[in-house]
Design a protein around this ligand. Structure first.
Ligand code: MN
Length: 247
């Protein structure tokens, strides 16, 4: 691992009731991330985010570990649909630089679009309605003014609803609704002027070949960390998805 490389992760869904995932993440930071040129976290680092003022000890553990890494390796964060109200206060504690929802970065000479990926799932109408509403700055501002206990109960309700939403599509044999919309991908990539896209969200790690304006292009989907650890390592001549056991 002496070659220069950049690492990408998403969908860790860190939560107090899954200390095994947190342990794997802390190990990943100490062993892998420390050797990278940069670490990009493409959303849903946390299972739920109710505000930077949440006193949950897990948040401190993670902030301390990321801040330690950030003294040597730049750490970038794009919001997911679970942690979309993570704010500058926590990002600063964790040494993370917040990026916009979509960003084109230069990866060793290759312009690459990075995002969480939920915006690509346009067929999931119910979710897109939710997204449109919750993305409004005034609504987020208002939400963060409510008491912590209220936001905690709201988050518990949202987790139950999300689980029911996923189960419903599975039951209807329509899991593709929760995947990206095939036409949306080349459209978004052409608009950004790239032939490489990296995203998470769908929990379906893979490398997809496609065409953008007649050119061969690739879409890299990051894996979640529910039953394994998963990251993408990019160097000048090698893009590789890696998987590891949690323990
Ligand atoms: Mn997500």
């Amino acid at each position: 691992m002496s070659d220069k490389h950049t690492l990408f992760i998403a969908d860790l869904h860190l939560a107090a009731d899954r200390p095994d995932i947190t342990a794997a993440f802390l190990r990943f930071l100490r062993q892998q991330a420390v050797q990278a040129d940069a670490l990009y976290i493409l959303g849903d680092l946390f299972e739920v985010w109710i505000g930077d003022d949440n006193p949950e000890p897990l948040l401190d553990t993670v902030a301390t570990a990321l801040a330690t890494l950030s003294t040597q390796v730049p750490v970038y964060f794009i919001h997911g649909n679970r942690d979309f109200i993570l704010r500058q206060a926590y990002a600063s504690r964790a040494g993370m630089q917040l990026l916009p929802q979509q960003q084109v970065i230069d990866l060793y000479g290759t312009p690459t679009l990075i995002m969480h990926g939920d915006s690509l799932c346009t067929l999931d109408i119910a979710y897109q309605k939710f997204r449109k509403w919750w993305n409004q700055p005034w609504w987020q501002w208002l939400l963060l003014k409510t008491p912590l206990s209220y936001r905690q109960s709201l988050a518990a309700k949202a987790r139950r609803k999300s689980a029911a939403h996923k189960a419903r599509y599975k039951q209807q044999q329509q899991p593709q609704i929760m995947d990206v919309t095939p036409d949306e991908v080349p459209r978004v990539m052409a608009e950004a002027g790239v032939l490489k896209l990296i995203h998470g969200h769908t929990h379906r790690p893979a490398v997809h070949q496609l065409e953008v304006n007649g050119n061969a292009a690739q879409r890299y989907v990051l894996g979640d960390w529910y039953s394994q650890s998963s990251y993408l390592q990019v160097s000048a001549d090698n893009w590789q998805l890696h998987f590891d056991t949690l323990t």
